[in-house]
Design a protein around this ligand. Structure first.
Ligand code: PRX
Length: 650
């Protein structure tokens, strides 16, 4: 485990109290939520859970048998009822749930009543295809409304979903389907990306050819490209929906029933199926979405730019906003199609008031320049959010000035696939922010830093740990309880170890510093070094590979691969391209290395362990750290020389 570095730590003396007008109208503008949570942790979360609609109340708020938590035990509820039926029953059927916009410019306005109707029909379709309570359903879709329908339909019948990001390869999809043993796959012919059709069905076909558990595939027609439909197995969404029964009774789910699996990278090559359950998860995503974004559902228009394939999409496009009856924007494509002002054009046209995006996007907008946002009226914006990686103060300030017009609070939200919901963030009507700091744990969350020995650190750098269970916490890794215990609960006693380094400043503000394990964070996406190494070594010409994440001005970290070729193969730029492409095909474009450096040898200790720390030093152009434990010290000099000669891909 690496020491948390303090390079990313900026001693900022700029502070931003909540703008007075914002604070005056905020849902909360004093410390009462923190006080309530401190006074009685369980009562606090019970109060939040009671904002949902339950069929039967829980008998116990939290049962904690380390490392396994159960929340709202005995309570029963249905997620789709909480996200849809109760709003329709309250007379809000005509309220817009989503202003959806496709990349080519086509639009759809979907009300809560329409979403409920489509969800029930699709729930019946799933049932007719043999999906029963507890069966897993895989979803591999672009950012289209049917992705939301598919997820909600699963929750209606109690079938846990496993959404796989549409940018993942067929092999990544196959592995996730195999692990979840899903019965049905929901996909589309394709989606639009950067003006072109990005086909999905061929990937789905390749995956399903090797996943015996899949009995049926439902295909949404989005791009009208030619696809093969296998008789009996594949069904067009529009055809099965036309025949579906319009009403579907919601399943009464136990609070602890599995709601979904979402796969994320860890330190090994095998992605982990993170398990989230029903009652606690919905409670906390609804609570955080309401208070961190200061949601006024009757007047706000909320837009989270994440993809539904990541946890941010699950919690803050689908479940949090819908549980709160919000009106959201959902957009299919890239921010530079047809031009680099697409986001601001959308924000202006729909009157977006709350905007949630990632630092990597903000840094890209900075690079593109201020003219693009300046073309549009963004004065309706009243709050900005950030998620996925540390936001550097420069990007924070730019975001505030050029997108927020200087008067929007910024909520920098720290959380993980595993945490399910935001844990560390400002409350925008309460917290004085500092650019680059996620500030403090939210009410009901215990977060502390510890040193290598597990002793609490009150000021300075340390490892981020969580001291209490929280309702949306992962319940485990699917099929692998030992890995769950080992990954999160073994390093620091009874504390959850997040894998992140952080620093506490003199005022008690938390500054997240990035991962301290072998997980890279590329544009806010988690990619494990081992996964990329395995993909490289899988190529017939590669003898050995070592992968590190190096600091990158736009993507946060960039993937740098050091590769030794098997005898008879010559390093060349073309060969580098070939290997980069190979990784993209094996995992997905997000894992494509930025640079491949060919080397005859890798720096190893006498026991044969690759010293990634030195490779990171080389990649970031730093003076090399301690090389005394190297078996052959000349290797690094050679690598440095090769690195200096290697072109970098943009
Ligand atoms: O390193 C932290 C970083 O992203 C990791 C979690 O990645 P993932 O599970 O893919 O979820 C991303 C979206 C929630 C964390 O361990 N991270 C996330 N948000 C922040 C962050 N690092 C610093 N500041 C943040 N606001």
């Amino acid at each position: 485990m690496a020491e948390p570095t303090i390079e990313a730590y900026y001693l900022e003396d700029r502070t931003f109290p909540p703008p007075p007008e914002f604070a005056a109208n905020a849902l909360t503008n004093d410390h009462s939520l923190y006080d309530q949570a401190d006074a009685d942790h369980q009562a606090f979360w019970a109060e939040q859970a009671s904002q949902l609609e339950w069929f039967e109340p829980w008998t116990s708020v939290c049962e904690w048998k380390l490392p396994f938590a159960e929340w709202f035990v005995g309570g029963t509820l249905n997620v789709s009822v909480n996200c849809l039926d109760r709003h329709v029953a309250a007379g809000k059927g005509d309220k817009v749930a989503f202003h959806w916009e496709g990349e080519p410019g086509d639009t759809r306005t979907i009300t809560y009543a329409e979403l409920l109707d489509e969800t029930q029909r699709f729930a019946n379709v799933l049932k007719s295809l043999g999906v029963a309570r507890g069966d897993r359903v895989n979803i591999y879709l672009p950012m289209i409304p049917e992705a939301v329908v598919a997820m909600l339909a699963c929750t209606r019948i109690g079938a846990p979903h496993s959404v796989v990001f549409g940018g993942f390869s067929s092999e990544a999809l196959r592995d996730r389907i195999l692990d979840a043993e899903a019965k049905v796959l929901i996909t589309a012919d394709g989606g639009y990306r950067r003006g072109a059709v990005s086909p999905l069905k061929p990937n789905a076909d390749a995956a399903v050819a090797e996943t015996p558990s899949i009995e049926h595939v439902v295909v949404i027609q989005r791009t009208n490209n030619d696809v093969d439909m296998q008789d009996g197995r594949d069904h067009w969404y529009h055809e099965v929906m036309a025949e579906a029964d319009p009403t579907c009774e919601p399943e009464r789910m136990q609070a602890e029933d599995l709601l979904y699996l979402l796969y994320t990278s860890g330190t090994t090559g095998k992605p982990k199926g993170i398990m989230h359950t029903t009652g606690g998860y919905l409670t906390q995503v609804a609570f955080t979405h309401k208070y961190v974004f200061d949601l006024h559902p009757e007047t706000d228009v909320y837009w989270c730019t994440a993809d539904i394939g990541w946890v941010t999409g699950h919690s803050y496009i689908v479940y949090g906003p819908l549980a709160n009856g919000a009106t959201s924007v959902m957009y299919e494509g890239t921010p530079d199609t047809p031009d680099k002002d697409r986001f601001w054009d959308i924000a202006e046209r729909y009157g977006v008031t709350l905007f949630y995006t990632a630092p990597t996007a903000i840094r890209t907008f900075m690079k593109w320049g201020t003219d693009f946002p300046a073309r549009h009226d963004l004065t309706k914006l009243r709050l900005l959010g950030s998620v996925g990686e540390p936001i550097n103060p420069e990007a924070w300030m730019w975001y505030q000035e050029h997108i927020g017009g200087g008067n929007c609070p910024i909520v920098d939200t720290w959380w993980q696939t595993e945490t399910g919901a935001i844990l560390i963030a400002p409350l925008p009507g309460v917290t004085t922010t500092k650019p680059g700091s996620a500030t403090h744990p939210l009410p009901g969350i215990g977060a502390e830093l510890v040193d290598e020995e597990g002793t609490r650190v009150d000021v300075g750098g340390g490892y981020l740990t969580l001291t209490q269970p929280w309702p949306a916490m992962l319940r485990g890794i699917y099929g692998d309880p030992d890995r769950y215990r080992e990954t999160y609960w073994s390093k620091f006693g009874d504390r959850y170890f997040a894998g992140d380094g952080a620093k506490l400043d003199d005022d008690g503000y938390l500054w997240l510093l990035g991962r301290v394990d072998d997980v890279m964070n590329v544009s806010g996406h988690r990619v494990s070094t081992t996964e990329v190494e395995s993909a490289l070594v899988d190529h017939p010409t590669v003898a050995e590979a070592a992968v590190v994440g190096a600091k990158d001005d736009t993507t946060g970290q960039a993937i740098i691969a050091y590769v030794t070729l098997k005898g008879g193969n010559e390093p060349s730029d073309e060969h580098g391209q070939l290997l980069r492409k190979h990784v993209a095909t094996k995992i997905g474009a997000i894992a494509r290395p930025k640079t491949i450096i060919f080397t005859d040898d890798l720096p190893k200790t006498r026991s044969g362990k690759i010293m990634r720390r030195l490779l990171r030093d080389v990649a970031e152009g730093r003076v090399l750290g301690d090389t005394t434990t190297l078996a052959d010290a000349s290797v690094v000099e050679e690598i440095k020389r090769r690195a200096a000669e290697t072109p970098t891909e943009e």
